[in-house]
Design a protein around this ligand. Structure first.
Ligand code: BG6
Length: 545
């Protein structure tokens, strides 16, 4: 760790993947052979004690429904290329796009190429692209068109023949939820959901998993009518983020924090996901959904579960999910939702030096919309470890800046043997996990100010990923797509977690539905005044970010 005050330390840039490793990964990806051992052995920065080999996917096809959507272009297609560039895709890997466009393979390849050029994390390499390009196919059609799905089944059989993909298919539904039933029904009808012996079929579902408990349940009924639970991968991309997984490493690989990670030492926990962007072109999705359904039901409650759960017996899906479920089950809402929740809607303002419009003026949003773009809620966890410790969750669009963090704020020292003047500006100790940006962990504690007096004030110790590790972190979707292809489920929430999260949120949504227009807040600010008032009633303040 280095003290934050060291400017030289904080000026260091994260180092990209080592060239030797990259070159070898490329060579392996192109040759389609010997990736794991070769990549591992050739990395000069590798710790020689580390006997682990990179996890590499076996032969398979990724079928992408919704190829023209924003998610595919910005995240999924670039992540697939990045996996190829890191030598983690199998030889013969094939990517099939399915959409309502009158396209040929080359049109989908062109879209993929542009997406990779614009958004890939790793450098563009012609050899890797060529290898990927050979496996790109497109099947045009409507989701309701039986003929199109029959053509998909035939195309997949042919790919198995020519590229040795062994009948292993991952179906990624990056489509609006209203299309889930019809796509799943088609996969069932064509028997694409049935894995012949020795092969696998998996379905990947993007959030939102419903818009309340009832609809989440119905969606699950539809999905499980075609796929067994073990073949369903529900994506919550926050679980693919390195910093989010590091919450588990921090808590359970160390002995330093866990003894104080409880009601005897912790005063409260703040989980913040602040965004500076507005809703962009997503009016159709966002309006009527709002901030709480969009990110509290999934990302923030998953963060809460990881921070508050007991230690799982292993990192296997069943153990991890069991512990998250237990803690989500123990979450309690405050009796008075009016005083302990806040919601807001962004008004016009300034962001990054530019004038921006308010939510109600965004294209596609009705002038009467009551959808919240900011939400804050206070929760408690009724168990021995956390009874009486509030967990404050907040999220919003068009806030001061983009930052996601978990702050565990500790109780004040029971006694200060200093004069009141000397500790006047001393705050509470805190451990802050910075999920993004500037990924890392900060510990805030009191320190003597140099000088002849005994003045004590807050300082920070920082761990920054960029300084400690020589490789830049993979994107969340790289990790999650690889896990789907490998069939490794720990980082995917189970349906029970999804439903427990809706059980927490439904009463809040029902209450808000009776409350009319959310409070306006200026774009570029830190949200509505009611959110500050909610904290002030508890004698606390939101962290300044
Ligand atoms: C998505 C939400 O799940 O997460 C978006 O639907 C949000 O509204 C996005 O902008 C934020 O993701 P990240 O990884 O940029 O924090």
């Amino acid at each position: 760790m280095t003290d934050r005050a060291d400017p030289a330390a904080s000026a260091k840039e994260p180092v990209a993947a080592a060239p030797a490793e990259e070159a070898l990964a490329v060579a392996s990806a192109v040759a389609g052979t010997a990736t794991t051992e070769a990549v591992a052995a050739a990395n000069p920065l590798r710790d020689p004690r580390d006997k682990r080999l990179p996890r590499v996917a076996g032969p398979c096809v990724m079928v992408l429904f919704g190829v023209t959507g924003d998610l595919a272009k910005r995240k999924l297609l670039p992540a697939i290329y990045d996996l190829g560039n890191r030598g983690l895709l199998p030889p013969g890997f094939s990517l099939v796009g399915f959409a309502r466009r009158d396209w040929k393979d080359q049109d989908f390849a062109q879209l993929t190429y542009e997406a990779v050029k614009a958004h890939a994390r790793t450098p563009f390499r012609e050899e890797v692209w060529k290898q990927l390009r050979e496996g790109i196919h497109f099947v045009p059609g409507e989701f309701s068109d039986d003929g199109a799905f029959d053509a998909l089944a035939m195309a997949l059989a042919e790919i198995d023949e020519t590229r040795g993909t062994g009948g292993n298919y991952a179906f990624y539904l990056s489509v609006p939820p209203k299309f889930f039933p019809v796509v799943v029904e088609q996969l069932k009808r064509t028997r694409l959901s049935d894995a012949p012996d020795g092969s696998w079929r998996r379905v990947v579902i993007e959030k939102p998993f419903g818009h309340d408990l009832q609809s989440a349940h119905e969606l699950n009924e539809i999905t499980t009518s075609a796929f067994p639970e073990s073949s369903i991968f529900r994506i919550d991309h926050y679980l693919g983020k390195e910093t989010v997984q590091n919450i588990m490493a921090l808590r359970f690989a160390n002995n330093l924090y866990e003894p104080i990670w409880n009601r005897s030492f912790v005063d409260h926990v703040q989980i913040t996901m602040a965004e500076d962007i507005g809703i962009g072109g997503r009016a159709g999705y966002y309006d009527g959904i709002g901030a709480a359904r969009d990110v509290i039901q999934n990302h923030l409650l998953q963060l809460l579960a990881l921070v508050a759960m007991e230690d799982p017996t292993s990192f296997e899906a069943a153990s991890l999910r069991r512990e998250k479920e237990k803690v989500l089950k123990a979450v309690r809402l405050p009796a008075n939702l009016g005083l302990n929740t806040a919601r807001g809607q962004y008004a016009a303002g300034w962001q990054g030096g530019e004038k921006v419009v308010g939510y109600l003026q965004e294209e596609g949003i009705s002038a009467e919309s009551t959808t919240e773009t900011y939400a804050a809620i206070k929760l408690e966890i009724a168990n021995r470890r956390w009874a009486g410790v509030p967990f404050y969750l907040r999220t919003g669009k068009r806030l001061g800046r983009r930052v996601t963090e978990v702050a565990v704020v500790f109780q004040r020292a029971p006694h200060l043997p200093f004069s009141a003047d000397d500790t006047e500006i001393l705050g509470q100790n805190a451990l802050v996990v910075r999920v993004q940006p500037d990924e890392g962990i900060t510990v805030r504690f009191g320190s003597k100010v140099p000088g002849t007096a005994m003045e004590v004030r807050d300082v920070s110790m920082d761990f920054a990923y960029g300084e400690s590790f020589l490789e830049s972190s993979p994107e969340a979707y790289e990790r999650l797509l690889l896990d789907v292809m490998i069939g490794d489920p720990p980082l995917f929430p189970h349906q029970r977690e999804v439903e427990l999260s809706w059980k927490i949120l439904d009463p809040i949504e029902e209450f808000w539905a009776t409350q009319g227009q959310p409070e306006a807040y200026e774009s570029g600010s830190w949200g509505p005044e009611s959110a500050d008032a909610m904290m002030a009633r508890d004698g606390r303040v939101w962290r300044r970010l």
